[in-house]
Design a protein around this ligand. Structure first.
Ligand code: IPM
Ligand code: MG
Length: 389
C-alpha cells in the first residue's frame, strides 16, 4: 500500500497544530502578572448557569453570594452579571464550544461562577462539539485547576494543582485519523506552561504553611512531555528549600491515595492535566463524591469557579432540577469569594456548608421530592450564616 497522500495530509494537519501551539507559547511569554482585585473599581462577577441542572443550582449560589456581598453590591465595588446562552442547544446550533457572544460577555467579567455544561460524546444526539469547560479554560487561559479535598477527621487535607490548558487536553479534540486504521492524538507540554503551574503550587504551599509538594507524572514512559514536567518541577523545587519536593508516578499515586497509612502525608500535589482530571475524582470520592467538591480555574487575568459534577439532563427531563444539590457550585462560590479577597465571607460560607451538610443537617437534599429543594437549602445556608455573624 502506498500511504504517501495520507501521511502528507497528516503532516499538514500536524503542522497547523504546531503553529497554533507555538503562538500560544509566544502569548504566554508576553503575559503579565496576576490581577490585583483590590485595585479594581468594580469586580465583575459573571454567573453562567450552563445547561441541564446548571441554571437551577447556580442561581442558588448567586443568591448566597449576593447576600454575603450585599454591601459591596450597594457601593458598586461588586457587580453581578448573569450570562445565559452557554447551553448545549445554542452550542450545537452554532457548532461552537462557546457561542461567540457568550465568550465576549465572559471576557467582560473578572471572575466567573459557572454551572455544569453538557459535553457530548459519541452516540449522543448532539454533534461532537468540544467541551465548553475545556474551551473556556483555554479561551481565558485558566491554567491552574485548584481542587481542595479536606476530611479533617481523617487527617486529609489535600490541594491538587492540576495543569489545565496543556497535556492531553491542549489539542485533545484535534487528533487525526491518518488512515481508516490509524488514529493519533497529541499531548502537549511547554516550558512556560510547566513553569507557571508548578510555581503556583509552590507559592500556594509557601503562603499556606504547607511543607510538602508532590509532582505526579508517568515520566518513565511518557518521556518527553511528562519528562519535561518533572525536570521543571525539580528545578523550581530548588527555589523552595524549606519545602519537601517529591515525585510519584500516577499509577502508584492512585494506589497510595487509598493507603490509610500514607495518604495523610500528601499536602499539595501538582500534575499534568489528564492525571489531575482522574485523580481529583478519586480524591473527591473520599470526601463524599464529586458533588461535594468545588473547583477553581485560575489564570492571570481571569478566574472561573465551577462544580465538578455533570449537568444531569435526566433530572431536568424528569422535572427534578429544582431538587438538584447546589452545594458543589456553592462551594465553588466560596472559593471565588476567597480568590477576590473576601476571606471573611468565604470562611462564613465554608462554615455554614459544614454545618448544613455535615454536623446539623436540618434539611437534606435527595435529588427528588423526598428532600428539600435547592432554594430551600440555600435559604437554610443563609439562615445559618446569619446565626454565625
Ligand atoms: C472536570 C471534568 C471535565 C474535564 C469534563 C467535563 C470536560 O471531568 O472538570 O474534571 O475533563 O476536565
Ligand atoms: Mg474530571
Amino acid at each position: 500500500m502506498d500511504y504517501t497522500a495520507q501521511i502528507e495530509a497528516a503532516k499538514e494537519h500536524f503542522g497547523k497544530l504546531l503553529a497554533d501551539q507555538l503562538k500560544r507559547v509566544e502569548e504566554m511569554k508576553a503575559q503579565g502578572g496576576f490581577v490585583d482585585y483590590s485595585k479594581l473599581d468594580t469586580i465583575k462577577i459573571g454567573v453562567c448557569g450552563g445547561d441541564g441542572i446548571g441554571p437551577a443550582i447556580t442561581k442558588q449560589a448567586q443568591r448566597i453570594l449576593e447576600y454575603l456581598l450585599a454591601d459591596e453590591v450597594k457601593t458598586g465595588k461588586v457587580e453581578f452579571r448573569v450570562i445565559d446562552g452557554l447551553t448545549i442547544e445554542r452550542r450545537v446550533a452554532e457548532n461552537a464550544a462557546i457561542p461567540a457572544d457568550v465568550l465576549e460577555e465572559l471576557k467582560q467579567c473578572d471572575v466567573i461562577l459557572k454551572g455544569p455544561t453538557t459535553t457530548p460524546r459519541k452516540g449522543d444526539p448532539w454533534p461532537n462539539v468540544e467541551s465548553a469547560n475545556v474551551a473556556m479554560r483555554k479561551a481565558l487561559d485558566l491554567f491552574a485547576n485548584v481542587r481542595p479535598v479536606r476530611i479533617p477527621e481523617q487527617g486529609i487535607d489535600w490541594t491538587f494543582y492540576r495543569e489545565n490548558t496543556e497535556g492531553a487536553y491542549a489539542i485533545g479534540s484535534k487528533g487525526c485519523h491518518v488512515t481508516e486504521d490509524l488514529g493519533v492524538d497529541f499531548t502537549v507540554v511547554t516550558s512556560q506552561g510547566c513553569d507557571r503551574i508548578i510555581r503556583a503550587a509552590f507559592e500556594f504551599a509557601k503562603a499556606n504553611g504547607k511543607t510538602r509538594v508532590t509532582a505526579v507524572t508517568k515520566a518513565n514512559i511518557i518521556k518527553t512531555t511528562d519528562g519535561k514536567f518533572l525536570d521543571t518541577f525539580r528545578e523550581i523545587a530548588k527555589d523552595y528549600p524549606d519545602i519537601t519536593a517529591d515525585d510519584w508516578y500516577i499509577d502508584i499515586m492512585t494506589a497510595k491515595l487509598i493507603d490509610e497509612n500514607r495518604r495523610r502525608d500528601f499536602q499539595v500535589v501538582v500534575l499534568p492535566n489528564l492525571y489531575g482530571d482522574i485523580i481529583t475524582d478519586e480524591a473527591a470520592e473520599f470526601q463524599g463524591g464529586v458533588g461535594t467538591a468545588g473547583s477553581a480555574n485560575i489564570g492571570k487575568k481571569y478566574a472561573m469557579f465551577e462544580a465538578i459534577h455533570g449537568s444531569a439532563p435526566r433530572m431536568v427531563n424528569e422535572g427534578r432540577d429544582k431538587y438538584a444539590d447546589p452545594c458543589s457550585v456553592i462551594r465553588a462560590g466560596a472559593m471565588l469569594l476567597a480568590h477576590i479577597g473576601y476571606n471573611k465571607e468565604a470562611d462564613l460560607l465554608y462554615k455554614a456548608l459544614d454545618i448544613c451538610t455535615i454536623t446539623e443537617k436540618k434539611y437534606v437534599i435527595t435529588g427528588r421530592d423526598t428532600g428539600v429543594t435547592g432554594e430551600k437549602f440555600a435559604d437554610y445556608i443563609m439562615e445559618t450564616i446569619a446565626g454565625l455573624k
